[in-house]
Design a protein around this ligand. Structure first.
Ligand code: PEP
Ligand code: MN
Ligand code: NA
Length: 621
């Protein structure tokens, strides 16, 4: 194919057109296609993907598809994820770093001709409700139609996002010419454009006549972020978090940098709405590491009578101060990209209902009658399946039928518990923030922080046993501060400082901070707390605390429930004691882990967190 790929661009935004042409000249696709986000486009692209063998249409679910990835491309690749800040120090000790100049040189070679034989899709998108003040714009260029259709589920993608990019561009131009006319310099930061630029390639160019494979990808992978210029470049993977660049790359890594610079928060948090029998609604945000039940908590069915939970978001929260000094949160996403295994009628009936149609399932198993299945969907597995690698599977097979990180991609609007205000552009006021992780030992069911600063200390010390959501050994304990370890786009020590700054904001009416742990195990290795819908009992205690109605017991690590509603629960006295007491000896050992963790941040660790550590040691005696 020739290199001449000049296309009629459906936009007046010259910066966007110039960038698209520049990327096309570099990557040399056969065609350039601008995505409008229409139904017609979805149908055409999903048909194409079925034809190419990437997707299989599900006979049993309307407008739904099954994708089997390359078996080497099944999760986020954290060791191939880079923060390319000018200074290494700004990436911090928890991120991989490559100097932007060097990274750009590498990409200059890697992306040269990398879209040959493919179509380059230009995907304009908006993170957050269209036109909302907290919302942000982006454009992803990708050579994967799977990514293009997935972006339509996960973001507000297409025509309307493009119009907003144009409006913002026009407004800026007007502003600039006015400033010039007044002889002044622009107040705006000219490093940044009106939209985040995100380039993605599966890294598998096709020679003339070369047949494609169902899931093209490359063994060379880079997921790179340029925080200063607000750019994302991703190469070699078609998998969710590596390829749907609006999600982790933009809404967390790049947005966390924007948030630091502009005084807001971009967090790895679900947002839920809780209505007690009294009717006084509360909104709660909660951060847990990947695959620790954020989606389940966001869609929880309370077991306690009269309480109602509704869903705003299941993975990411952007929070800004409102005029009343409260933090207002939006869910920047439009869909759920959830872990399928373990999602079933008992654990998350609302997710199951959400998945009735218009969904894409990746690396799950296929039933003989054209539906999907995964471990935990039903108690009894079907007698026969096709597993995620395309092999015949029976319950006697040695391996799970679905990959442990198999995913569903589904529209949030289909969730039966989605709150009517989930798309309110001004967001919802947050009353409480929860942190937590998977901890078999030591950590009580719920702890209330003593102050905002102490809450930041709790967030900074989040640790969790590893899950299948990222490459690496499952079960190992790792520190995952604020559940942001893989997602913070700058120095994590500075990020702690930013959280402390948020707490010092004049006139702030801050949420209260809690630490929860649903995953405590007994001596036999069994979970002590039933979890899922029963977690509503913990939410109830939290709301009663907010209302000044529930008692708490001071302990060295924070405030624990004096009493928890366990009515009707099959929980022994010993179990309850384990969940709601602090073992000083065990906690002295826990506390001993903190200095090593904190020291990794060197000078960037705020002094206040050392103060909190010392105070904890004093309280532990
Ligand atoms: C992902 O893995 O691509 C992802 C979006 O989410 P998480 O790891 O947080 O489940
Ligand atoms: Mn996540
Ligand atoms: Na993942």
């Amino acid at each position: 194919m020739s290199v001449s790929v000049e296309v009629e661009a459906p936009t007046s935004n010259r910066e966007l057109v110039a960038w698209v042409n520049e990327i096309a000249a570099l990557t040399q696709p056969d065609r350039v296609e601008w995505c409008d986000g229409s139904e017609e486009e979805w149908t055409r692209l999903t048909n194409l993907l079925v034809e190419q063998g990437t997707l299989t249409r599900l006979a049993a679910r309307p407008n739904s598809f099954y994708a089997k990835s390359d078996p080497t491309d099944v999760a986020r690749v954290e060791d191939r994820t880079y923060i390319c800040s000018e200074r290494r120090e700004d990436a911090g000790p928890t991120n991989n770093w490559i100097a932007p100049g060097e990274m750009r040189r590498t990409f200059g070679e890697l992306f040269k001709g990398c879209m040959r034989g493919r179509t380059m899709y230009v995907v304009p998108f908006c993170m957050g409700p269209l036109g909302g003040e907290i919302s942000q714009l982006g454009v992803e260029i990708t050579d994967s139609p799977y990514v293009a259709v997935s972006m339509r589920v996960m973001t507000r993608m297409g025509e309307r996002a493009l119009r907003l990019i144009e409006e913002r561009g026009a407004a800026r131009q007007a502003e600039e010419s006015e400033e010039r006319a007044n002889g002044g310099r622009s107040k705006r930061d000219h490093e940044h454009s009106d939209f985040v630029k995100a380039v993605h390639s599966v890294g598998a160019p096709l020679e003339p006549g070369q047949a494609d494979v169902p899931w093209p990808c490359s063994s060379t992978k880079y997921i790179s972020h340029f925080p200063e210029t607000r750019e994302i470049w991703s190469y070699g993977s078609g998998y969710g978090g590596n390829a749907l660049l609006g999600k982790k790359c933009y809404a967390l890594r790049i947005a966390s940098v924007m948030a630091r610079d502009e005084g807001w928060l971009a967090e790895h948090m679900l947002i839920l709405k809780l209505t007690p029998p009294s009717g006084e609604t509360r909104y709660i945000a909660a951060a847990f590491p990947s695959a620790c039940g954020k989606t389940n908590l966001a869609m929880l069915k309370p077991t306690i009578p009269g309480w109602k939970v509704e869903t705003i978001g299941d993975d990411i929260a952007w929070m800004r101060f409102g005029e009343d000094g409260r933090l207002y949160a939006i869910n920047p996403e439009a869909g759920f990209f959830g872990v399928a295994p373990g999602t079933g009628q008992v654990t998350n009936a609302n997710a199951i209902q959400t998945l009735w149609g218009n969904s894409i399932f990746t690396n799950v198993a296929l039933t003989d009658d054209g539906d999907v299945w995964w471990e935990g969907l039903t108690e009894e597995p079907p007698a026969h399946l096709t597993d995620w690698k395309g092999r015949s599977w029976t319950p006697d097979s040695d391996e799970p039928a679905a990959h442990p990180n198999a995913r569903f991609t589904t529209p949030a609007a289909q969730c039966p518990t989605i709150a009517p205000e989930w798309q309110d552009p001004k967001g919802v006021p947050i009353s409480a923030i929860l942190f937590g992780g998977r901890r078999a030992t030591a950590v009580p069911l719920v702890t209330e922080s003593l102050s905002w600063q102490h809450g930041v200390f709790l967030g900074a010390n989040v640790a969790s046993e590893k899950t299948a959501a990222a490459e690496g050994k499952v079960g190992e304990l790792r520190h995952d501060p604020f559940a942001m370890l893989p997602f913070c786009g700058y120095n994590m020590g500075d990020y702690f400082g930013h959280w402390l700054d948020i707490g010092r904001r004049e006139g702030a009416r801050l949420p209260r901070i809690y630490y929860v742990n649903w995953f405590r195990k007994n001596d036999e290795g069994k979970f002590v707390w039933p979890g899922f819908g029963e977690n509503s009992r913990v939410l109830k205690w939290i709301v009663e605390r907010l209302n000044g109605e529930a008692e708490a017991v001071p302990t060295p690590i924070g405030l624990l429930p004096a009493d928890l509603d366990t009515q009707g629960l099959d929980l022994s006295e010993d179990d309850l004691r384990m969940l709601l007491t602090v073992d000083r000896e065990v906690w002295r050992e826990e506390a001993a882990l903190i200095p090593g963790h904190f020291e990794t941040f060197g000078d960037h660790l705020p002094k206040e967190l050392w103060d909190e550590y010392n105070a904890l040691r004093d309280r532990l005696g």
